[in-house]
Design a protein around this ligand. Sequence first.
Ligand SMILES: NC(=O)c1ccc[n+]([C@@H]2O[C@H](COP(=O)([O-])OP(=O)(O)OC[C@H]3O[C@@H](n4cnc5c(N)ncnc54)[C@H](O)[C@@H]3O)[C@@H](O)[C@H]2O)c1
Length: 385
Amino acid sequence: MLNVGINGFGRIGRAIFRINELHRRFRVVAINDLDPNLDNHSYLLRYDSTYGRFEGEVVSDNRRRELSVNGQAIAFSSEPRVQDVPWKPRGVDVVIEASGVRENVLAGRGLIAAGGARKMIVTHAPSEGVDQTIIFGVNEDAYDSRRHHVIAASICDANAIAPVLRVLDQEYGVTDGFVTTLHPWLPYQNLIDGSVRSISSPGHFWNDFALGRASTMSLIPKQTTAMSAVRQVLPEVGARLEAISFRVPTAIVSSSDMTVSLARPVTAEMLNGTFARMQAEHGAIYGYQTEDLVSIDHLAIRQSVVVDGRWTRVTAAGLCKLVLWYDNEWGFSNRVVDLVKLVEHGLEKAPRNHEQSVGTRFRRSPVRLPGRVPDHIDERVSPTE
Ligand SMILES: NC(=O)c1ccc[n+]([C@@H]2O[C@H](COP(=O)([O-])OP(=O)(O)OC[C@H]3O[C@@H](n4cnc5c(N)ncnc54)[C@H](O)[C@@H]3O)[C@@H](O)[C@H]2O)c1
């Protein structure tokens, strides 16, 4: 079992921690966060407005600078630079970089080269400093433990959109399209109107005045990196599509409204049949549903994406509409946990048989897999998910 350090213990850092507490896929031995208030971190882990109370004992020890969770001691530090955190003395194999700070990603290769840790996993889609981006259901077979040391898990939107586009392209050929992502507010937005300097997140600036507006009062149209993140794993398909986004006044659960032209003639029934099959065959990544659900009903789903079959439409000219749901924190954080397991699998293999292991275990099309999920993905659904 790998030892993991979490850098940045905010929404995503804590979601990863909670998911791992349910499944015990790795050991968290160190946490680093710019905010030095250990009692506050303990409190935020225990009580979460979105996911409820943490089922377990959490104690902060300020003298030892440790968080104790269910009796397990976790070293806590508050270094602004990831490379200054003493990961190595704490036996950390993998650093999960969840602070979102660009400089921490850029420091990743140096950290690994200096032996500070064996791998770094980044929880967004930076344009530099990363060796490989992995989105499950699309390109997990691209991971090569010998060459890839700083690995990006991409962003929630791309984790939902890219697996759907991959299936559509493989089955029907995607020729053109648009995606509109509907994303809940994020911590750096303002509760009331502000200037381009974020009020709630000092130091955060926008070049779009609209993003400084009251986050709970408006649908805020904005640019998104969703499609550039998709292009990192599906360059050809991604190049045929564009995306925009709305920040919506909800706390959690995102949606993507996808409109695509396909090369082959389809019906809504054919598309729905495809995604019902994807759920049956790869239920860890894809969900499919037809109930009268709203966004909050998708809270704490662990899949990357749920296709809502009620809204699938095809025009007479063949233009297709799909509506997707995803828990932008929980679903995405489940994939980060899966990525740690993928990295562990690579590290376990000796260099000589590495190629073979990667080839037989991961180098295959996820769309054509037989009716099981890859063994690095946990099939269990906990009672709280
Ligand atoms: N929230 C989402 O829906 C979501 C989904 C997918 C990916 N992400 C990405 O995950 C990353 C974190 O997002 P979040 O929503 O958890 O943000 P957040 O603001 O809730 O958490 C960030 C945490 O990092 C800490 N931090 C800031 N600077 C630091 C530094 N230099 N060193 C150590 N810690 C530092 C902050 O104190 C905070 O606790 C971002 O890159 C974001 O784009 C977020």
